[in-house]
Design a protein around this ligand. Structure first.
Ligand SMILES: NC(=O)CC[C@H](N)C(=O)O
Length: 223
């Protein structure tokens, strides 16, 4: 039962993620290099961590999506397995079309790094079942390109299928409909700009992020 943390050139939240999975969540994490073509057979969840893959050149996540490991991540996702992208991971998953929409430069064109209040809009997903509906939670954001955009038709689809999981209580970046995190229509792929791995220990200011990871474990134990 391994949790794969994918590493690209420029990933920088990989160790934070590994540490939280191992020491706080008590599951077995492994790093998987972007040059690999196959995920190890005993992987039960994939996490694409934050960072600046390929220096954010061209557009955040736009180069990483062509990395060899992405083909197998797509197959893994299509088979219904959980895939979570955080920050740059979210950007990579939209660029790879595993999630709809895209991430643009923050409206005010500045990098933001701050604690952020969020609302849980859907607590029925693989990634949010340990929250109460409408609950206010806190996780930090740290991004320059966190401005989620999708067209009106896509937004309507997101709403119809209950795919909006997290919204900002005070929109920090100009995201459409205050969106901070979404799932795909099947509900097994999630992308979010806030960093749950930086909110998984009291010493870091809170443990709301840990409950997001615990949601994944809970869902797996129910299988
Ligand atoms: N913390 C991160 O993952 C940063 C994400 C991204 N490279 C940005 O600045 O928007």
């Amino acid at each position: 039962m391994k949790y794969a943390v994918i590493r690209f050139p420029g990933s920088n939240c990989d160790w934070d993620m590994y540490y939280v999975l191992r020491d706080q969540l008590k599951v077995e994490p492994i790093f998987v290099d972007y040059r690999e073509t196959n995920l190890p057979i005993d992987v039960v969840a994939v996490i694409v961590p934050g960072g600046f893959s390929y220096g954010d050149y061209l557009r955040s996540g736009a180069i990483a999506r062509f990395a060899p490991i992405m083909e197998d991540i797509k197959k893994f996702a299509e088979a219904g397995n959980p895939v979570l992208g955080v920050c740059n991971g979210f950007q990579i998953l939209t660029e790879a079309h595993l999630l709809p929409g895209g991430l643009r430069k923050n409206q005010h064109l500045e990098f933001i790094c701050q604690q952020q209040d969020l609302f849980v809009q859907n607590n029925q997903t693989t990634f949010s079942n340990q929250f109460k509906p409408g609950e206010k939670v806190m996780m930090p954001v740290a991004h320059g390109d966190g401005n989620y955009y999708c067209d009106d038709v896509t937004l309507q689809q997101l709403r119809t299928h209950n795919q909006i999981v997290l919204t900002y209580s005070k929109n920090p970046n100009g995201s459409v409909a205050d969106i901070a995190g979404i799932v795909n229509e099947q509900g097994n792929v999630m992308g979010m700009m806030p960093h749950p791995e930086r909110a998984s220990e009291l010493v870091l200011g809170g443990t709301d992020g840990l409950r997001l990871f615990q949601s994944v474990v809970t869902r797996q134990l129910q299988k």
